[in-house]
Design a protein around this ligand. Sequence first.
Ligand code: HEM
Length: 139
Amino acid sequence: MRLTTILLMALLSGCALQASKPDDLYRELGQEQGIKTLVTKLLYNIADDQRIADQFRDSNVERLRDKLVEQICVLSGGPCVYTGDTMAESHAGKNINDMHFNALVEDLIAAMNSQQISVSAQNRLIALLAPMHGDIVYH
Ligand code: HEM
């Protein structure tokens, strides 16, 4: 999926966001247990994705999983606290480009599909992640 598509989806789902209660998305993602499974599947997809797997070679996968779970929980309106580093701090110097970013979003979509998360909920989560693009991609 191209970045323009992701950004367009982010814009389009603005209406859906306003119509939802803050924790609706959290429930649609299956609450904490669903988000944990989702993030585990995402990390497996990343490990199998030759476009980006190398960038995670030296990563602390347990920490990464915990921080991603916290982050998605908070973003979706769940009762969590994000205790990780900022997106700018954690991605600085990693030379992440648009292709890498889009690959990770595709891996996330595949994980959400395998969890039978509705397209509407998928779009809302991506809309919440899309604004982080500027802090993650190298300029
Ligand atoms: C919306 C997109 C993304 C989100 C929400 C995200 C989120 C995160 C989070 C929460 C952390 C952990 C911060 C911490 O340890 O305190 C992290 C670390 C990291 N991210 Fe991302 N990230 C995204 C995109 C990417 C992309 C595209 C890549 C590369 C292809 C990438 C590579 C990494 C790496 C290598 C780490 C460090 C892991 C470690 O050293 O243990 N991220 N990211």
